[in-house]
Every structure is written in structure tokens, then in C-alpha cells.
Design a protein around this ligand. Structure first.
Ligand code: SF4
Length: 488
């Protein structure tokens, strides 16, 4: 079994320093719903500024990095003893590197262990599953929001709450009212109906791994999630409890079987700093989450198989020409293009460019990638080195490889070129799980910048940051054979 300790360290770093895009988007939408000039907008502006700064500096989003809670889904044959040790080692290293604050306190002596290791600390839950790969989910659960979690026994006469979904609704709203701003609202509610006192809280925390906005597959629970979300926000508690239109960012429910005599309702409250991350690992495959750090890029070598998840931009001829001529060589951003420039800077910092002219379809107002294979990359050789340097791009995906100037830029600025499989357009389109935006549609569909979220996008490192190009190696070898064959 491979040593995954460094991958776990990276998972912790990402979770602690970079908010997932669904959470950040929900905060941005909340900001737009608040009235201008109110404490709510001031709070949300500060939160968003803080999130951007933490990402840029790779520093913790909040000083309380909480309890690291790991859910490990492993295939048959993996050793949980080895995985537990690697995860614990990674947590100690991440604490040493100041990605985590030392938070593990001995309940008897009051002493802090100093390295986030203790009895059942970090919290690790193992589940064997039928898949052939490892998946590790991590949640960093802060103390302030953990303290405002609540468990109820139904019926509860205080609220005329019976043993039914309306009773559930009433006590969840009570939990939100009681929390006020103490859990750093706006919060996210993970709720479990039923179970026992222990299993209910565990299931309620598991809900916090669902993407925001994803509704329960059980229709009655999906409807209740919507209703509680609407009503909790009518309470007007607002960001940090200072009043406003957004008290919760989402509500996610699940139900467990229970004893006839018991009806527990468990609420886990998560603050706006909803730090979670996922690592997936298949033997021999390296998983990268965008944005990618230079450290991760420098660890890659020609021939490595990678799987990318996160948000990337497509860009080909017109888009590269535009970036270089409008922003890099012009030395001055035209005022009309300032907003576009800021967007590109944010999307490409630590990001990925995909040389692709996709086939897209609009269905019910939403874009969907239908075919999305790579285009020939060498056309961008005249632009790519400058783009990599200026925007801090960490990976370029395409086909056929690139030239010596891009290879030099990969060495100098810590980037790689990744080969996607040409023609595998449908397979790759399936890895595009969401089209988030499109910029410069006036360039035409194939040439516009498409901002897409991908999951497990497959590619191979063919030019690395150590000066090696598989394309050059193959060309040199095949040229030698060619010479031999023609008797040169
Ligand atoms: S509740 Fe969350 S945001 Fe507030 S201090 Fe704790 S971890 Fe930080």
C-alpha cells in the first residue's frame, strides 16, 4: 500500500485555506440578497475578502480549524490500521506547518497535545465500499458552531412539536433561533431524524458533505429542506446575528430508523467557514484538485497519470491572443476589459487551461458540454509561456504537446502540460459536471472561455516542471529509428 501521508497533508491544507466553490457561491448570492449599506452586507463583504486572501496566501480561513473529521471509504483489501496512521501523521505535519491550530485538549488534565493528536482526535470513520478506489472526505468543524448544535426528543411540548415532519420543522427552527449569530451565521444545517443519540449526530454531520443546494432524494425530505430554509431565513437573524436576509445557507436532512420509544432529532450547525475537501486515490493515479499548488506540480513527473477535479477554463486561439494582446503585452488593462481581467486572474491563479473547442447545448437555460476533446496545442506556443507566467497557470491540457518555450515556462514557474486523449470527446464531456459561466461569447462557441467544473478529468503528464518532455523523447527516438530504416 502506497504511503499517502503527503496527499493527506495536502487535503488538510486545501480544506483549511480554501472554501469550496459551492459555499463561496452561496455566500456571494447571499451578499447580493442583502440591502446595501447594512451590517449584513458589511459582514458578507468581509467574509468574502477574507476567503480570497486566505486562498491567495494559503493561510487558514479561520483561526479555529476545529476538529478534523475524516470519512474514509476504502476498497476491500486496504488496511485501516495503516490508513489511520497515515492520516494521524498527516494531521501532525499539517499542525507543524500551521495549516491547523493545535486543538486537541485532554479532557481530564486540560493539557493541549500540541499536535492535534489525542484519543479519537482527529475523528476518523472507516467504511469499506464496493468501488475500486479510495475516497477520503474531510470536514473541519469549528468549536463555535459545534457548540450550537442541538438534540431534541419528540414530542416536545414547548413548541407543540409532535412525532412527525411538522414537529421536526418546529424544533429545527428553534435550534436556529437559539444559535442566533453564535455559530458564525450564516450557517448550514445538517439534520438527522431518528437514530439513537450517537448515530443521529453522526448522520447529521454526514449531511454537511453534500453540495449546497443538493436536495434529498426522498421527496418529503426535499420539500421540508426547502421549507425550513425559507423559514429560517425569515427569522431575520442574519450574518453574525446582526440582522439580515440570510441566516442559513442551506438545510440538509436525512432520516434513520429509531426505537418505538424514542424520536431524536439531531442538528449539526456548520458555520459559514464550511471547510471541507475530498481526496480520491486509485492505485497509480494522482488526484489533483484545482487550484493546484506549486508543491503538487513539482512532485509530478512525465508519465504520471492524473485525475483533475475543480474549476478550469477552456481557451484556444482567440482567447490566448486576447489575453496576451489585451493584458500582457499592452502593459495596461483597457478600462472596458478590467472586469474581465479580474475574473480571468481569479480563475487562472493556480488554475488550469484546457485547449478545447467544445460542442455545447443549452437545455432549460443551462449549458451542457456534449463533446469536449482536446485541440492541437502547439498553435498556442507563441502565447502560452506568457500566459503561464502572468496568470500563474499551473497546468495546460491539450493534445500533441508544446514547444521549448512552454517547457521553459513550466520549469521556471512550476507548471505542467497534460495530454488528454484526442477524440475521447464524449468520455471527457462526462467529466464536465457543470458549466459555470462563459466569457467572450462573441469569439464564437469553440473560441469562447468556458468556465467548467470537472470531476475526475483523466490526463497524462507529458511535459513536467523538471525540463522533460515526453513528446521530445518520442520524437528523438522515432527519428533515430527512421534514420536507421532509410539507411541514413
Ligand atoms: S464558528 Fe466557524 S467561523 Fe466562527 S470562529 Fe468557529 S470555526 Fe471560525
Amino acid at each position: 500500500m502506497e504511503d499517502l501521508t503527503q496527499h493527506f497533508v495536502e487535503l488538510v491544507r486545501r480544506a483549511a485555506t480554501d472554501l469550496p466553490s459551492d459555499v463561496e457561491n452561496a455566500i456571494r448570492e447571499a451578499r447580493n440578497r442583502e440591502d446595501p449599506g447594512t451590517p449584513a452586507t458589511a459582514v458578507l463583504d468581509t467574509i468574502l475578502e477574507n476567503v480570497e486572501l486566505a486562498r491567495k496566501q494559503s493561510t487558514p480561513i479561520c483561526q479555529d480549524t476545529g476538529t478534523p473529521i475524516f470519512y474514509v471509504y476504502y476498497p476491500a483489501g486496504w488496511s485501516t490500521i495503516v490508513l489511520r496512521k497515515q492520516i494521524r501523521d498527516a494531521v501532525a505535519i499539517a499542525t507543524e506547518k500551521a495549516y491547523l491550530r493545535p486543538n486537541a485538549v485532554d479532557s481530564l488534565t486540560g493539557r493541549n497535545s500540541g499536535n492535534n493528536l489525542g484519543d479519537d482526535f482527529p475523528s476518523i470513520h472507516f467504511h469499506e465500499w464496493a468501488e475500486d478506489y479510495l475516497k477520503v472526505d474531510l470536514l473541519l468543524k469549528g468549536g463555535g458552531c459545534e457548540n450550537v448544535g442541538a438534540q431534541y426528543k419528540l414530542p416536545d411540548a414547548r413548541f407543540k412539536a409532535g412525532r412527525d415532519l411538522d414537529g421536526v420543522r418546529k424544533v429545527v427552527l428553534d435550534a436556529v433561533l437559539d444559535a442566533q449569530g453564535k455559530g458564525c451565521a450564516p450557517g448550514i444545517l445538517g439534520v438527522a431524524i431518528g437514530g439513537d443519540r450517537g448515530s443521529g449526530y453522526i448522520r447529521s454531520k454526514e449531511q454537511l458533505f453534500r453540495p449546497l443546494g443538493q436536495r434529498s432524494q426522498k421527496p418529503e425530505l426535499a420539500a421540508l429542506e426547502e421549507r425550513i430554509y425559507e423559514e429560517a431565513n425569515q427569522l431575520g437573524i442574519g450574518p453574525m446575528g446582526l440582522g439580515g436576509n440570510t441566516t442559513v445557507l442551506d438545510v440538509q436532512l436525512d432520516a434513520l430508523h429509531r426505537l418505538p420509544a424514542s424520536f431524536f432529532l439531531s442538528v449539526s450547525y456548520m458555520c459559514w467557514a464550511h471547510r471541507r475537501g475530498t481526496l480520491t486515490y486509485r492505485d497509480g493515479e494522482i488526484n489533483l484538485t484545482i487550484p493546484i499548488s506549486e508543491e503538487e506540480i513539482r512532485a509530478l513527473r512525465v508519465g504520471d497519470t492524473v485525475s483533475l477535479s475543480g474549476v478550469m477554463l477552456t481557451a484556444r486561439d482567440a482567447a490566448h491572443k486576447y489575453m496576451v494582446e489585451s493584458f500582457i503585452r499592452s502593459h495596461q488593462v483597457p478600462p472596458t476589459e478590467r472586469e474581465m481581467y479580474e475574473r480571468l486572474k481569479a480563475d487562472l491563479d493556480g488554475g488550469v487551461i484546457y485547449h478545447c473547442g467544445p460542442v455545447v447545448k443549452k437545455e432549460n437555460g443551462t449549458w451542457r458540454f456534449v463533446a469536449a476533446g482536446p485541440t492541437t496545442s502547439i498553435r498556442e506556443e507563441v502565447y502560452e509561456p506568457e500566459v503561464i507566467e502572468h496568470f500563474n497557470v499551473k497546468a495546460v491540457i491539450g493534445k500533441g504537446g508544446m514547444g521549448p518555450n512552454t517547457l521553459k515556462a513550466c520549469q521556471a514557474f512550476g507548471a505542467v502540460y497534460l495530454q488528454a486523449v484526442g477524440g475521447a470527446a464524449s468520455l471527457i464531456a462526462n467529466a464536465v459536471v457543470e458549466v459555470l459561466d462563459v466569457y467572450k461569447m462573441e469569439f464564437g462557441v469553440p473560441e469562447a472561455f468556458w468556465k467548467i467544473r470537472v470531476e475526475n478529468f483523466p490526463a497524462i503528464v507529458t511535459m513536467d516542471s523538471h525540463g522533460r518532455s515526453l513528446h521530445d523523447d518520442v520524437l528523438a527516438k522515432s527519428s533515430e529509428v527512421f534514420k536507421r530504416l532509410i539507411g541514413g
